[in-house]
Design a protein around this ligand. Structure first.
Ligand code: ZN
Length: 349
């Protein structure tokens, strides 16, 4: 295989050590690949977690790794078999590529393929580098009215769509989202676009909830002073929320869930808890509650793009800062502080 020798990238050398330096990355554009000039890359909580902890669960950074998986850019070269894209197309990239011979891929839930490679998940490099080569099936053309910045939001938005699909939203239902970070927000916006009449969103950091003022029918619950179960009951004729999306990963969120959900309600778990969580199974049983879980997404990119293009979802208020590639180490140091006013920081190449 051929290698670039002079491609600058944002490299996580090891825990808490980043550098902007040249690194060897695959260069061959095979028959089904496209080469993309990267334009915008969002910083994700997982990138920051690799930076601050050097690992996420079983995925350990034991050699230098390029960060970044929320990307958009422009196609600059196409392989011989590529027919879905052409040079000059503005695109966003789905960062997880399954093995097409895996049973999970064949059955349609390719996100669960254990052999799936994913940008910036050890041992695979990410996209914080000026050019990448990628299989064209996982590269999606952006409509004219969707910017590169919005294109780089499709990756987190796809998680919101996966959660909404799992919830099987019925028009008019009420939902509660636990956790007002970027993922909680994209879930809430997708739930509204998907037919929920009202979505409540709860967090222990009151300042994060200020984002709600940008959105109609998105109602903040400050867990420091509000009682979520009471607010939900008051707003639902004492019935409870039809759907609860857990996007915080916090153990305490589960107490709120079982107090706030209606009989036969649906719980969709997206937040990855660090430790096992004790469950109130008695309440689960007596309310016949349905529990679904989400791991990344499958088949969501095209619909996520459609929702942005049709203005059913507006992610622009969530993009709270944009920094130059040269300043990306500083951007990561800031993201690691987890300031409540930073929702999504993006890097422009
Ligand atoms: Zn992400």
């Amino acid at each position: 295989m051929l290698y670039w020798s002079n491609m600058k990238a944002l490299v996580l050398e090891k825990k808490l050590q980043l550098s902007l330096r040249d690194i060897d990355l695959p260069k061959d554009v095979r028959a089904n690949d496209v080469k993309i000039k990267m334009h915008t890359v969002g910083i994700c909580g997982s990138d920051v977690h690799y930076y601050t902890h050097g690992k996420i669960g079983p995925f350990v950074v034991d050699k230098p790794m390029v960060l970044g998986h929320e990307g958009s850019g422009t196609v600059i070269e196409i392989g011989n078999n590529v027919s879905n894209l052409k040079v000059g197309d503005r695109v966003c990239i789905e960062p997880g590529v399954p093995d097409i011979n895996s049973k999970e891929y064949i059955k349609g839930f390719y996100n669960l393929d254990p052999k799936l490679t994913f940008w910036a998940t050890p041992p695979d490099h990410g996209c914080l580098t000026p050019e990448v080569v990628f299989p064209s099936n996982f590269v999606f053309k952006l409509p004219e009215n969707v910017s590169y910045a919005e294109g780089a939001m499709i990756e987190p938005l796809a998680v919101g769509l996966q959660a909404a699909e799992k919830a099987k939203i019925i028009p008019g239902e009420t939902a509660l989202v636990m956790g007002c970070g970027p993922i909680g927000l994209v879930i809430a916006l997708t739930a509204l676009a998907g037919g929920c009449s009202k979505v409540f969103i709860a967090d222990i950091v009151g300042k994060k909830l200020e984002m709600c003022k940008n959105y109609k029918n998105l109602i903040p619950i400050d867990l420091n002073k509000d009682n979520p179960a009471e607010i939900i009951k008051k707003n639902t004729n004492n019935w409870g929320a039809n759907i609860i999306f857990e996007a915080s990963g916090a153990t305490k969120a589960y107490d709120v869930i079982f107090d706030s959900i209606c009989p036969t309600g649906k719980v969709v778990i997206v937040g990855n808890p660090m430790n096992p969580i004790p469950m109130d199974f008695a309440t689960l049983l007596t309310k016949e509650i349905e529990i679904k879980t989400v791991f990344r997404y499958a088949h969501q990119y095209e619909r996520a793009i459609n929702l942005l293009s049709s203005d059913k979802i507006d992610v622009k208020p969530m993009i709270t800062d944009t920094v130059a590639f040269e300043d990306s180490i500083k951007a990561f140091e800031r993201a690691a502080k987890n300031l409540p006013e930073d929702v999504k920081i993006q890097i422009q190449l």
